[in-house]
Design a protein around this ligand. Structure first.
Ligand code: FMN
Length: 202
């Protein structure tokens, strides 16, 4: 059975452009894979803990973890990793905040990009372990970053692609709702993204 993991990060609920793109892509994927198991990891409603001393020890320790606190901390991270590793399709839906991603999404990344779980050190380099998966980036921004003078300011798409590639996911498609804060573009921004979603080869 196909498993789809949806990672949401905008707190704007129904007003969120990135969430509207998610809804459209989810509907298309559910038509394509009617029996799919869909997991929604809503980081805006339940942000993962930042990596503190206990969590860091728990997820990097090679020793058998006996202390209950360590085990609990590792369980949280393990669950997030498992959701990635058991999914065939990963959707990351993100607003652009200060030219990057929201802190909750960064916290999720810090849990799931884990040596021995989603990547391994291999000689002088690394080997991604989350192979055989596809990913979609659904991105909303106030300005325009797919082209033009602000393109170099986009630390969302290049970063997310780099991170996904690092753990072994290179089949990545991006859909944008951009120009949300530009009066001439805002009214069509989500609809433009939705059109791209309708045309995606799934
Ligand atoms: C805290 C914050 C920071 C933002 N920073 C940027 C930015 O750096 N560049 C930009 O183009 N838009 C920026 N915006 C606008 C959002 O990207 C835009 O409203 C987008 O629609 C948010 O996605 P959402 O609708 O899914 O929440 C920012 C918005 C907020 C709330």
């Amino acid at each position: 059975m196909t498993q789809i993991l949806i990672v949401e990060s905008s707190p704007r609920e129904a007003d969120s452009a990135s969430r509207q793109l998610t809804d459209r892509l989810r509907r298309r994927l559910e038509q394509q894979y009617p029996t799919a198991n869909v997991i929604v990891r809503d980081l805006a409603k339940a942000p993962p803990l930042y990596l503190d001393a206990v969590t860091l020890k728990a997820i990097s320790s090679k020793d058998t973890m006996e202390a209950a606190a360590l085990k609990d901390a590792a369980d949280v991270s393990d669950r997030l990793v498992d959701e990635v590793m058991t999914s065939d399709i990963l959707i990351i839906s993100s607003p652009m905040w200060n030219f990057g991603i929201p802190a909750s999404l960064k916290a999720w990344i810090d849990h799931v990009v884990r040596a021995g779980k989603t990547f391994n050190y291999a000689g002088a380099g690394v080997e991604g372990l989350a192979t055989g998966k596809r990913a979609f980036l659904l991105l909303a921004s106030g300005g325009v970053f797919s082209e033009g003078p602000w393109k170099p300011w986009d630390f969302v798409e290049p970063y997310l692609r780099q991170i996904l590639g690092f753990i072994g996911i290179s089949d990545v498609q991006t859909v944008r709702a951009e120009g949300m804060n530009i009066p001439a573009l805002a009214p069509d921004a989500v609809a433009n993204g939705e059109r791209v979603i309708e045309a995606l080869a799934l």
